[in-house]
Ligand binder design. Structure first.
Ligand code: FAD
Length: 355
């Protein structure tokens, strides 16, 4: 994967794909077959959209020719399939701005400051970009970023501090284990006895708790104690009915992520019930040159299935080609027999590359 850091100048490209779920990844493939290079942006730190984020270990039974396929396996297979096309990946950054310039090209900006100058855009944003589920207690919002965090950036800054970590998934448990022995104290708060995290991590956390190196409370953060505008501690309502006070400098809440339509609603595209209206010939939105595929779009008869996203990706790719190269003659080629497609796929024994 060609993951890039945010450069200062705009990246000039034929196409930007917003969203690295199954639809966005397959769009890279279909665009690549037509000789169109693209950059992919996703707010998640990894590709795969809902498959990778919501149900990576579940089997999928309705992918053509794969009687059963794990959701993460599907993502891995798509990543392998698109490798020859060397798309640029920009992960962990939400596309916040999209505007059509007077010259007909598109300017996209991300929350991290990456900018693109694109001939066309494929929005494959699913149900929206994934956002952390927030801790909903009084005063939490005011402490966000300073004392209350939904991700860990530069872990060393929390060494020697009193930390409260809430959650029962891999992120919560991984950070409990990472901070144990480094922070002044680590308290894990999880609402029930069962954990979603890897059993080995849970076992290790319990060992540390038994050794007194980690405090483990079963319950929920009921309130944050704020003194002079700063966090002093948290009150935990325990499952057994008791109430515990935890002195802490920082609270980390790892309650998982949920998708939110977010900035897409502000891009001036026609929407119908939080989905982008498209035609069914090219899956183009109300703005020529901007296409929308997968769960984010709507049209009569739409079904939110991976299969639908794949079909839409193929037709949108032809739409992108026609938009970016209006004078180019379009014709259907088969990967089985097309030398140029085989060359683009990096296959050995390729034939004459005319086409
Ligand atoms: P998504 O997978 O939602 O990916 C969209 C991506 O876009 C996300 O990664 C998101 O972070 C990113 N994004 C959104 N907005 C922005 C932005 N502004 N900037 C940057 N990135 C952005 N379907 C089936 O066909 N078969 C099944 O068996 C099946 N089982 C399912 C089981 C579960 C539990 C769930 C939740 C869904 C299931 N689905 C199934 C549905 C399937 O997962 C979706 O149809 C599919 O993921 C849609 O793919 P997509 O690429 O369109 O969107």
């Amino acid at each position: 994967m060609n993951e890039t850091a945010a450069p200062s100048a705009a990246i000039e490209t034929e196409c930007v794909v917003v969203g690295a779920g199954p639809s966005g990844l397959f769009a890279v493939f279909e665009l690549g077959l037509l000789g169109i290079k693209c950059h992919v942006v996703d707010s998640l730190g990894h590709p795969g959209g809902q498959c990778a984020e919501l149900y990576p270990d579940k089997p999928i039974y309705d992918i053509p020719a794969l009687p059963v396929c794990g959701a993460q396996e599907l993502v891995d297979r798509l990543m392998e399939q698109i490798r020859p096309f060397e798309a640029g990946f920009h992960l962990g950054q939400e596309v916040t701005g999209l505007r059509r310039r007077d010259d007909g090209r598109f300017e996209l900006t991300t929350a991290r400051g990456t900018r693109f100058d694109a001939g066309a855009v494929v929005i494959a944003a699913g149900l929206g970009s994934f956002q952390p589920r927030r801790l909903s207690v009084d005063g939490a919002e005011a402490l966000e970023g300073s004392r209350l965090h939904y991700r860990v950036a530069r872990a060393e800054q929390y060494y020697g501090k009193d930390l409260l970590i809430a959650g029962g998934g891999d992120s919560a448990l991984d950070w409990v284990l990472a901070f144990a022995g480094r922070a002044k104290s680590v308290t894990l708060v999880h609402r029930r006895d069962e954990f979603r995290a890897q059993p080995a991590s849970v076992a290790r956390m319990k060992e540390l708790a038994a050794a007194g190196q980690v405090r483990h409370l079963t319950g929920q953060v009921g309130a944050l104690e704020v003194v002079d505008g700063d966090l002093a501690g948290a009150v935990v309502n325990c499952l057994d009915g008791s109430v515990a006070r935890v002195a802490c400098d920082h609270v980390f809440a790892f309650f998982g992520l949920h998708p939110k339509l977010g900035p897409i609603a502000d891009w001036g595209l026609e929407l119908e019930r939080k989905a982008l209206k498209v035609d069914t010939e090219k899956f183009q939105t109300s703005v020529p040159g901007i296409f929308a595929i997968g769960d984010i779009n709507t049209y009569p008869g739409k079904k939110k299935l991976i299969l639908s996203g794949f079909h839409e990706a193929a037709l949108a790719a032809f739409g992108v080609q026609a938009h970016v190269y209006p004078n180019k003659r379009q014709f259907l080629q088969y990967t089985t027999t097309s030398p140029i497609m085989q060359q683009r796929l990096g296959l050995a024994g390729q034939g004459d590359a005319g086409g």
